[in-house]
Write a protein that binds this ligand. Sequence first.
Ligand SMILES: Nc1ncnc2c1ncn2[C@@H]1O[C@H](COP(=O)(O)OP(=O)(O)O)[C@@H](O)[C@H]1O
Ligand SMILES: [Mg+2]
Length: 349
Amino acid sequence: MNNLIIKNLNKSFGTNQVLYDINFEVKNGDFVSLLGPSGCGKTTILRIINGLETADTGSVIVDGKDITMVPVEKRNIGMVFQNYALFPTMSVAKNIGYGLNIRKKSKEEIDEKVNWALKLVKLEGMEDRKITKLSGGQQQRIALARALVIEPSILLLDEPLSALDRKIRAEMQYELRNIQQKIGITTIFVTHDQEEALTMSDKIILMNEGVIEQESDPINLYNYPNSIFASDFLGKANILKGKLVEIEGRWAVEGNGWIVGVNYKEGKAGDNVSVAVRGEHFNIETKEFEGSQKFEITNKVFTGSVCKLLGNMGKDEIEISIISLDAEKYQVGDTAHVMPTLETTLYFQ
Ligand SMILES: Nc1ncnc2c1ncn2[C@@H]1O[C@H](COP(=O)(O)OP(=O)(O)O)[C@@H](O)[C@H]1O
Ligand SMILES: [Mg+2]
């Protein structure tokens, strides 16, 4: 069953419209990411879901109930804010118990649930500490515990990991996902980091300037983006301009000194199109092969797990990723031979 349904949200601040007809559904227990560049409207959607902001049109439905007009404190939604928004003068336990306190729960119940939440985020024994004495990662866990302690039907996370350094961030990604799966809570996670969204999500909702561009599971979104924006935002893509041509019943795109096969989608011969090919979606050989294009290597960058080869295919500059084990086969100044894999070479009108 769908635990959350968002229908036709539109929102303007003054004359600035920031959301256009937002519609999506989240299944019970799913982890869904709202992904998009800064300013595309992600936080505004979360704030409308938890009631801190009202939409101009549209509705929010949770567990089959329309809560669009329900005030914040009556909604059973937990939120972790981007800056955590903890109360610096209160102890860890008081921070976590805050939501239960304003819901007028008994002291026994508050103690019991705070302990449960502390254990969940692996901070047992820390209840009396001051917030200011904690590391960023610990504060993040407290904010998560505070959101979960009210046993919300939906958890909203607004870029919760963006302030953490790389290593702790990777640990927290793993732990957050673990906790989410353990208690099976429906979660909406906001991020502008494509790798984070790809790693963590059951589904990604990709946004651009107040509009949903594409909604899909991570693998499909990465391999089969349906726009230039999506192909470029989800990881670097080579985007090349050319014309659609038909050769002996097969479709290809002809560009500036290169021609590559594509699967037919739409359009007609002669149409101007753009081709998007990810760096790792090229076949590369030292010798010519059927359909291959010349690739003159101008730069080679070793990054550890992959090696990047920069160079020219015809008059266009492209970047190809190869596994590091093959790095020695290709040197700057060499001409290699490449062909984008037909399956993942997409073109857009
Ligand atoms: N309270 C507000 N008043 C005026 N403009 C706002 C307000 N909140 C957000 N905006 C504008 O709405 C747009 C979307 O903001 P936001 O939802 O915060 O984006 P994101 O979280 O994707 O970075 C931005 O252009 C932002 O400046
Ligand atoms: Mg934001």
